[in-house]
Write a protein that binds this ligand. Structure first.
Ligand code: HEM
Length: 439
């Protein structure tokens, strides 16, 4: 199964780029916060630092990268062009950035005002994005990617509504069953939004960038429906009972994630390119970490005594959010940003342009990847040994900073090529071939 792509309708580079460049900054902040807080930050899922870190990564790093990717892929893979994508990006980007900062600050320092205003800013940013992305619902679901995108946007709306409810409940002391509501919010955010969106994008980019066979049609169509179905069963049985159905839905959800990861690993094993590149390395690591995290989720659901260990949930969070999602996103950014630079330059110059690899060489991505792996190992260790929090935070800040620096280099090289082409036009009216040595 391969997707039909229409690159002529791609939005301006500046629309997704601001999100892609901001995402790593949230990672740097998360690392510095952990290093600064140190000690028991990761010793419990409910510590103020752990909740703040979670949202610097989910509502910061992940949401930025995934909304940027959505603005890019909607017209290309679904034929659903946002009207005025640059305007949407200009409005949504500051709302999400300010909202995630305030929400994380409110959670870390216990400020009800910051919590509520952060939640509202994020809510408005997400609503504006979803209002623009509603065009995808007018397109028929002719591919599992289109269906996946639609379901992921529904899940984002639900996760955001539950998140806003939680923020107000915390700030105002509303009498809610907070643990059950938080679990459900995390399930819709990580499983429904991030997991389904990742799969929908993976159906296109894994075969394209990692030269694997396409995803087989049946599991590709089924995965988004299975995840959303399990979340609906979870939410309904959490409200009306019976409790065993909640646990069954959670195990089913974790098993679906493991099946998707297993299928992707199998496809990667059949890829046509022998040499590992950045995306492949990040994805292999991310898939292994996610399988481990999801196996821990399933085991704790079946044997609740396991989850009573305070370090259990933080360990799952580190493995799933940083080991899994941050790795997948970092791997994709290392390919998507150079690809977009190449694509836009090609469309501008209409002549031979430097290859994608010249915008970001593979050797430039190897050490940031190693720093990322080291950071995840240290972060997992910090859940058990608080003394590791300082080196873990610094290592993670370094890995994210390095990723961001690499992306900035791509933009710098792209701008240099654009300047050469424009100079050629100004001199003699014909576009000049950009220098092959973009790097
Ligand atoms: C409008 C956006 C959001 C708001 C207002 C929000 C708010 C919150 C709040 C207040 C909590 C803490 C609940 C408590 O202490 O009882 C929480 C927990 C959580 N949120 Fe969000 N959230 C948002 C978006 C997201 C997104 C997009 C994701 C995932 C992609 C996410 C993942 C999580 C997770 C995993 C937890 C549990 C943390 C833990 O157990 O340590 N949130 N959220």
């Amino acid at each position: 199964m391969r997707a039909a792509l229409s690159f002529d309708s791609a939005p301006p580079f500046a629309a997704p780029l601001r999100f892609f460049l901001t995402a790593p900054l949230f990672g740097v902040l998360a690392g510095l916060l952990l290093a600064f807080d140190g000690g028991d930050a990761l010793a419990s899922r409910w510590s103020p630092a752990a909740l703040a870190l979670t949202h610097l990564l989910t509502a910061g790093f992940m949401l930025q990268a995934m909304i940027g990717a959505s603005i890019q892929v909607l017209p290309v893979v679904a034929g659903a062009s946002l009207s005025r994508p640059l305007l949407v990006a200009r409005v949504v980007h500051p709302l999400l950035s300010g909202g995630a900062l305030l929400l994380a600050g409110g959670l870390r320092w216990g400020s009800g005002f910051a919590l509520e205003s952060g939640a509202l800013l994020l809510g408005v940013g997400i609503a504006v994005f979803l209002g623009a992305a509603v065009v995808v619902f007018r397109v028929r679901s002719t591919s599992p990617t289109i269906r996946g995108l639609k379901l992921a946007y529904v899940a984002l709306g639900v996760a955001a509504l539950l998140g806003i409810l939680l923020a107000f409940a915390l700030a105002r002391g509303w009498p809610f069953e907070l643990v059950a509501l938080t679990d459900l919010h995390a399930g819709w955010g990580l499983g429904g939004w991030a997991g389904v969106l990742l799969a929908a994008v993976a159906y296109v980019v894994v075969p394209m960038f990692q030269l694997t066979p396409g995803y087989p049609a049946r599991p590709a169509w089924a995965f988004p429906l299975a995840v959303l179905g399990a979340l609906v069963v979870w939410g309904t049985s959490a409200t009306f009972g019976p409790p065993w159905l909640v646990r069954l839905a959670q195990v089913f959800l974790a098993a679906s994630g493991i099946a998707f990861a297993g299928l992707t690993l199998k496809l990667q094993a059949q890829r046509r390119r022998a040499r590992a590149d950045a995306t492949y390395r990040y994805w292999q690591f991310g898939l292994a970490a996610s399988v481990l995290a999801l196996a821990m989720v399933a085991s704790a659901t079946l044997f609740p005594a396991l989850a009573r260990h305070a370090a259990w949930a933080p360990l799952v969070g580190v493995l799933l959010i940083i080991g899994g999602f941050v790795s997948f996103i970092a791997g994709m950014l290392c390919k998507i940003v150079p690809f977009l630079a190449w694509l836009h330059l090609q469309q501008l110059a209409r002549t031979r342009v430097p290859s994608m690899n010249q915008f970001l060489r593979d050797d430039e991505t190897r050490r940031p990847w190693l720093a990322h792996v080291l950071a995840v190992v240290l972060l997992a260790g910090a859940a058990l040994l608080p003394v590791l929090a300082l080196p873990a935070g610094l290592a993670f800040a370094l890995a994210c900073g390095w990723l961001g620096w690499n992306l900035l280099q791509v933009v710098r090289r792209y701008r240099r090529c654009v300047a050469t082409v424009e100079q050629g036009r100004a001199d003699d009216g014909t576009p000049r071939e950009p220098d092959d040595g973009a790097a």
